[in-house]
Design a binder for this molecule. Structure first.
Ligand SMILES: [Zn+2]
Length: 257
């Protein structure tokens, strides 16, 4: 059967002399892997459209097992993401987390929307670090984690001072601080931001200007959730960390603050 899917290329790996196996996150069918024959050759008409981050329409022939990519047409080649090293680093992290957390074989509309909104936002020049944080929080349910952020995880209260508790799986109020000796106290702003990262669609947030410190703090919480509670550590995380230590980026950050 021949399918036409809208999708984003998550990764492509070489297969044999001239082929690629391409993993595409599609809107209609979820995550699919398919064979792109000849796509490794620069002259192939499939060479361009099988690059990571490519957003396009893909014609896939599939009966059982892995499909074959017949044709592809790109809507957006994500030029900024392809050429700017910082944008590339964060976008790589985003496609990797989607690839790791989404299982093949069933439509995942929510994950597709997160992915496309995040890449478009980075492509349009939004702060890639903030966008990546959005993705981190929003993909938590796919890692089996549903943090309780609308009220206290201990007693359900919605007022009071709040802290983040890893053991209780979300926010707890001051009346429940005794439940966890390792709580992370939150200011009302931090509380609001975390809620927003988890619930507000990326495209509704506008151009968020967040201080480096704020991003680092919120990143620490979500990274700890991934690493301690799901055991997931992504390869591209180390690339971002490396990049954050490079002199050029540190200079940019100083100017930002
Ligand atoms: Zn409470």
């Amino acid at each position: 059967m021949l399918h036409k899917w809208e999708g984003i290329v998550l990764k492509a790996r070489a297969y044999g002399e001239s082929n690629k196996i391409v993993t595409i996150m599609t809107r209609e069918a979820g995550k699919v892997a398919c064979m792109a024959r000849g796509a490794k050759k620069p002259t192939s008409r499939l060479a361009g459209v099988t690059q990571p981050f490519m957003h396009g329409s893909f014609l896939v022939q599939r009966t059982s097992g892995m499909g074959t990519l017949q044709q592809g047409e790109h809507f957006n080649s994500m030029r900024h993401i392809q050429t700017d090293i910082t944008a590339t680093a964060y976008a790589s992290y985003i496609v990797e987390i989607v690839d790791r957390l989404v299982e093949e074989g069933k439509p995942e509309q929510y994950a597709f929307e997160i992915l496309i909104q995040a890449l478009n936002a980075i492509e349009e020049g939004y702060d890639p670090e903030a966008i990546t944080l959005f993705v981190d929080w929003k993909m938590l349910p796919y890692a089996g984690v549903q943090p309780i952020l609308h009220a206290c995880a201990g007693c359900g209260a919605v007022d009071g001072e709040f802290a983040f508790s890893f053991s209780q799986g979300g926010f707890i109020c001051h009346r429940c601080f005794h439940m966890d000796q390792y709580i992370i106290r939150l200011s009302p702003t931090q509380l609001k931001l975390i809620r927003m990262f988890y619930t507000v669609p990326i495209d509704q947030v506008g151009k968020l200007e967040l201080k480096s410190q704020t991003k680092q703090f919120i990143k620490k919480i979500v990274t700890t959730i991934y690493e301690e509670q799901t055991g997931i550590r992504l390869k591209s995380r180390s690339f971002i960390e490396q990049l954050e230590r490079t002199p050029l980026l540190q200079r940019e950050k100083k100017e930002e603050n």
